[in-house]
Design a protein around this ligand. Sequence first.
Ligand SMILES: *[C@@H]1O[C@H](CO)[C@@H](O)[C@H](O)[C@H]1NC(C)=O
Length: 178
Amino acid sequence: MNSISSTINHLCIIFIPCFQVFFFHFSFHFESKMALPILKGLLQDYVQSLLNEKIIDERFSQIRTKLEEPDFIQLINVYLNDVESRLSEFSCFIDSVDVNFSKLSMMAHKIEEKSTRIGARHMKLASIHLIQACDKEDHKLVSQSLCWMKHEFINTRNKLQPVLQMEQRILRLMSKQT
Ligand SMILES: *[C@@H]1O[C@H](CO)[C@@H](O)[C@H](O)[C@H]1NC(C)=O
């Protein structure tokens, strides 16, 4: 028993480094030749899952296929940063003594416009809700809608982050190939 296991140990000592060398070569080729179509397929599937969840709509997919990767990444990052700062601005205004509902409505319209433009469907729906609450001049409803929108924003951002990461990896692989 002991001699068998020591033989196995010896074999492992010989074979594992060979396997690692093999694996290194394999993964090197894999990275440079095969990874790109696989990664593109994974990204396509992931975007499809977001479409199925209705986090995004067709507009998002259209923009993604139409734009070059760096432009697409930038567009989404600009959108996320812009909405984040608008939401914190909104929170400040809602807490002020004299709440100006028409101003809040205008701010919600801006978020709706930007969300529609990139196809952030959940965000668009939350914006419409918020606009309606502002137009009713119902402070409690506005607070509730804002709370919902913040939740949707965090969810949307978390779901879009892998898209951006995969796009970055695709970019890196493409730059290695040329
Ligand atoms: C409320 O905001 C709107 C839009 O910014 C502005 O035109 C209006 O003068 C403001 N009303 C008050 C009372 O400040």
